[in-house]
Design a protein around this ligand. Sequence first.
Ligand SMILES: Cc1cc2nc3c(=O)[nH]c(=O)nc-3n(C[C@H](O)[C@H](O)[C@H](O)COP(=O)(O)OP(=O)(O)OC[C@H]3O[C@@H](n4cnc5c(N)ncnc54)[C@H](O)[C@@H]3O)c2cc1C
Length: 222
Amino acid sequence: METVYGVLGTKCGGTARIVFDNVELSEDTVKGGVNIGYDVFNIMMIPKRLTTVAGSVGVAMAAIEIAADYATKREAFGSKIIKHEGVSFRITESLTAIHEVSSLVYTASKAAYLFKKKKIPYSYVRKLVLMAKLNSTEVMWKAVNDAMQVLGGIGYTTIYPIERLLRDSRLGMIWTGTNEVMKMIIQHEFIKEIKDREYFSTKRKVELDALDFDLKEEKVYE
Ligand SMILES: Cc1cc2nc3c(=O)[nH]c(=O)nc-3n(C[C@H](O)[C@H](O)[C@H](O)COP(=O)(O)OP(=O)(O)OC[C@H]3O[C@@H](n4cnc5c(N)ncnc54)[C@H](O)[C@@H]3O)c2cc1C
């Protein structure tokens, strides 16, 4: 059974709930083998999340370019609005955030490639992709929101595509796992890593730099 819904944005992607109930499949139609669906899902989510990640950078940049161009043309109260720091700093901050997150996106994409070549473990690439998804979708949302503010009222209309980018971009923080879930998995991975005996074996343990690092009786955890 399938129910198709209307959605706020991303109108080109049909959205429906698909229910599988008592469906029998022959073994040769099962992807990767029986009872490994969880692994298949996790690996599939690497490219799936990366499409959102890369798209987020593109949407954010497009929005900021439109806003910057508009601000150089629009005159209010006798001067171009780009002359106001309240306007230009919005653009600067979003632009800087986009460039920052682009580096993370590149690193995550490179990690996915290295994982495919079996050169790095799954847990490492997953963490990077999750961080990139978390960060890029939030940067996109902020950039589009900043762009709409720079355009003022006209940005809210269909004369410029910012209203559509705003509707489309909201989904980034929800689908392929919400950003809260991204945070949850990232911290699980990190705690697992630092609890691994090997973790501090290759680095200086900065905790021991404290002047009184050896006062064990002061390290009370309960
Ligand atoms: C347009 C659209 C297209 C989609 N396309 C697909 C698709 O192609 N394939 C697919 O499989 N799915 C798809 N989805 C589903 C999407 O991935 C889910 O909606 C998303 O993962 C969130 O799950 P949920 O809706 O069940 O939210 P819930 O899990 O019910 O979460 C609701 C809220 O609770 C929070 N929350 C839940 N658990 C925790 C926790 N442990 N800690 C903190 N906060 C928590 C969430 O962050 C969220 O804020 C699509 C959804 C939409 C809207």
